[in-house]
Design a protein around this ligand. Structure first.
Ligand code: DAT
Ligand code: MG
Length: 137
């Protein structure tokens, strides 16, 4: 399959904890290419678009509050099968059960909060990647 692109976010917890560099090091070591990267303080409307699929779920409002709590780093990332590959680097959604060796498994903490502060976002399909990249870049 041809090279593809995905949207990666280092979420506010990752930026605040000084983990952006450690996360980027894993991405670069894997061989993915940084096409664009910037620090963003998103508007609520941007996050509503980004997380539209979760509107109405119990964690939706806390998730938006968390994402508004500080800047994120938005990355346009390229590579062969990078959508699937970055999701694999990130680990599963819940940091408590994410596998060791993954970003969420190694660095994610269960803060006992209503929303999982799991450090990173990665698009989950080519359609999501195209939609999300247009929102953030
Ligand atoms: P992912 O980020 O692994 O793609 P998702 O798209 O299902 O997960 O959810 C988006 C974010 O919402 C996720 O990173 C953390 C939060 N979230 C998801 N499910 C949750 C739940 N059951 N309780 C609290 N937060 C949740
Ligand atoms: Mg998702």
């Amino acid at each position: 399959m041809a090279t593809e692109e995905t949207l990666v976010l280092v979420k506010p917890d990752g930026v605040a904890r000084g983990l952006t560099g450690a996360i980027l090091a894993r991405i670069e070591a894997k061989g993915y290419a940084l096409v664009d990267i910037r620090l963003v303080e998103p508007e609520r409307a941007t996050l509503e678009q980004h997380y539209a699929e979760h509107e109405g779920k119990p964690f939706y409002e806390p998730l938006l509050e968390f994402m508004l709590s500080g800047p994120s780093v938005a990355i346009r990332l390229a590579g062969n099968r990078v959508i699937e590959g970055f999701r694999s680097l990130a680990g599963t959604t819940d940091p408590t059960t994410a596998a060791p060796g993954t970003i969420r498994g190694d660095f994610g903490r269960d803060w006992g909060l209503a929303v999982q502060q799991n450090l990173v976002h990665g698009s989950d399909s080519p359609e999501s990647a195209a939609r999300e990249l247009a929102i953030w870049f």
